[in-house]
Design a protein around this ligand. Structure first.
Ligand code: C2E
Ligand code: MG
Ligand code: MG
Ligand code: MG
Length: 285
């Protein structure tokens, strides 16, 4: 600390911290303003059935921040900071609204595509959350099947009793729930006993290696069986090529999502993609 009072070489580390804190504050200020200006947008990544038809079973909404100077900012670069500053509640509200609005537009075009939204720790701490979701569905005239909610293992573990209660209420409303990034957290088997969820989304760490690493292959295969014996669907994340898709088919995996099927795209591009698939699938029948 002595060096801090003087000038010269001493405060390098402290300056580093100050820079970090300043960058964080700047980001939060810009994020608050960006929320007011509508700079958050959603990209959508399709999920398809793991069979020759590869039918669309839904899309996942992934948030992006269209920053006026920095361009597109990805969630890993700002969600953690947002959470630490209690901004996640606002972000989820914006994301849910955009997702429901888009789902409504797709239903109106004859595309009944469920949209999945990722939740954070603060959402499952808010006892009013299920009622707010219900009100949102009513506002857009959407059935509960139009919305799916994803929670990671770490979100579940943070306040497990409360999270279980809220998830139970959401599921009673008819909303499909998924465990995200399955396999990367801990105590996964004890909560699988009680968790009111419909889908397990197996993390891409296992999926992407199942073509080359026998252990990953064994994990993917047995997790498919585990999910099925618990009455859940299994969704493989991070499917990057046709070889992995074929393997997943051999394991009996239900759904797949990944760059090899489609990258996350903006709403207009996703709509075009969905319509093209729809036409191609009708023609194939
Ligand atoms: P996630 O929910 O597990 O979403 C999947 C992430 O993997 C996305 O990254 C997606 O672009 C990426 N991905 C998809 N297919 C592939 C693939 O084949 N290979 C590889 N390498 N990556 C693939 P993204 O969009 O950067 O999102 C990262 C994480 O940020 C998400 O992981 C989710 O946990 C969180 N997130 C995104 N949007 C939201 C949101 O609206 N709210 C909350 N609370 N979290 C969000
Ligand atoms: Mg997700
Ligand atoms: Mg995931
Ligand atoms: Mg993730």
């Amino acid at each position: 600390y002595a060096a801090k009072t003087g000038h010269g070489a001493g405060p390098v580390f402290a300056t580093g911290l100050d820079d970090h804190a300043r960058a964080r504050l700047t980001m939060l200020e810009e994020l608050r303003a960006g929320l007011d200006r509508g700079e958050l947008v959603l990209h959508y990544q399709p999920k398809v059935t793991v069979d020759a038809g590869a039918r669309v079973a839904g899309v996942e909404a992934l948030v992006r921040w269209e920053h006026p100077v920095r361009g597109t900012v990805y969630p890993d670069a700002f969600l953690y900071t947002a959470e630490s500053a209690d901004l996640m509640g606002r972000i989820t509200t914006v994301v849910l609204d955009l997702a429901c609005r888009q789902s409504r537009a797709w239903y109106d075009q004859g595309l009944a595509v469920p949209v999945a939204v990722n939740l954070s720790v603060s959402d499952l701490r808010d006892p009013a959350f299920p009622d707010r979701v219900g009100a949102l569905l009513r506002r857009y005239g959407l059935p509960p099947e139009a919305l799916e909610l994803e929670v990671t293992e770490s979100v579940l573990m943070t306040d497990a009793d409360n999270a279980l209660l809220l998830l139970g209420r959401l599921r009673e409303m008819g909303i499909r729930l998924a465990v995200d990034d399955y396999g990367t957290g801990y105590s996964s088997l004890s909560y699988l006993q009680v968790l009111p969820v419909d889908d397990l989304k197996l993390d891409r760490a296992f999926v992407s290696r199942c073509g080359t690493d026998p252990r990953s292959a064994a994990i993917v295969h047995s997790t498919v069986q585990l999910a099925h014996s618990l009455g859940m669907r299994i969704v493989a994340e991070g499917v990057e090529d046709a070889d992995i898709f074929e393997r997943l088919r051999g394991y009996g995996c239900d759904l797949a999502q990944g760059y090899g099927i489609a990258r996350p795209q903006d709403a207009a591009t996703t709509t075009a993609w969905l319509l093209e698939r729809e036409i191609a699938q009708k023609a194939a029948v």
